[in-house]
Design a protein around this ligand. Structure first.
Ligand code: GRF
Length: 217
């Protein structure tokens, strides 16, 4: 069974959606460890209440960024982790981890990449006056939100949206598509060819790759 290592820095609602997907039987995988750079992360409490080991690793306690990520890679390797999930991990992951887990690290981003990479995708969408935004699950490469796209979900942006109201609408979709992307991976249905992620799934299943504007108020 696929072993997952989760990296999170904060509230961990995506982490929770993955836990729920496993507990409901939707996703056949196990979470081996949560690693956080923030001792106060609510994600740690979620781990504790589901008997998942939580390790606090602060960047400040390492001589440099490379040794920090090399250590994380070692820990994950020793636990036989096959897939690393960035669930609100608020750092750009360093090369030593990416090299060891090439196309085995997934991130969720709150915008339709390649639009609005970086921080505050929801605020940027509102301020830009976009009519559509959404979220993207992608493999992680060395850039900021530049890796191959796995699946995306779109939501409408309304004229009176605030950063918070749009974030909430996008978050609902994050909680749907992140477990789904992990499920596809766990079932061996994802392959990466250059920039493209090929999904081995019937077209009906892949409708989630381009979700209709189903969200209504
Ligand atoms: C989400 O908006 C996600 O898209 C971004 O960070 C946030 C994490 O939220 N990468 P949570 O900690 O999973 O609740």
């Amino acid at each position: 069974m696929l072993k997952i290592g989760v990296l999170a820095s904060g509230r961990g609602s995506n982490f929770q959606s993955i836990i729920n997907s496993i507990e409901s039987g939707f996703l056949k995988a196990e979470i081996s460890v949560l690693i956080t750079d923030n001792p106060d992360a609510y994600a740690v409490r979620r781990a504790e209440s589901h008997n998942i080991e939580a390790l606090i690793m602060r960047l400040e306690e390492f001589p440099d960024k490379d040794s920090y990520y090399a250590h994380i890679a070692d820990v994950l390797n020793n636990k036989d982790v096959g897939l690393v999930i960035l669930a609100g991990f608020m750092r750009v992951v360093g090369r030593p981890l990416i090299k060891v887990f090439q196309n085995k690290i997934m991130n969720i981003h709150p915008a339709l990449l390649p639009a609005l990479p970086g921080l505050h995708g929801q605020k940027q969408a509102v301020e830009y006056g976009l009519k559509i935004s959404g979220c993207t699950v992608h493999f992680v490469d060395e850039g900021v939100d530049t890796g191959p796209v796995i699946i995306q979900a779109a939501v409408p942006v309304y004229e009176d949206d605030t950063e918070d109201s749009l974030s909430e609408r996008i978050l609902k979709q994050e909680h749907r598509i992140f477990p789904f992307a992990i499920k596809l991976y766990a079932e061996g249905r994802l392959s990466v060819k250059g920039r493209k992620v090929i999904i081995d799934a019937p077209r009906e299943d892949s409708v989630i790759c381009s979700l209709p504007l189903s969200d209504s108020r």
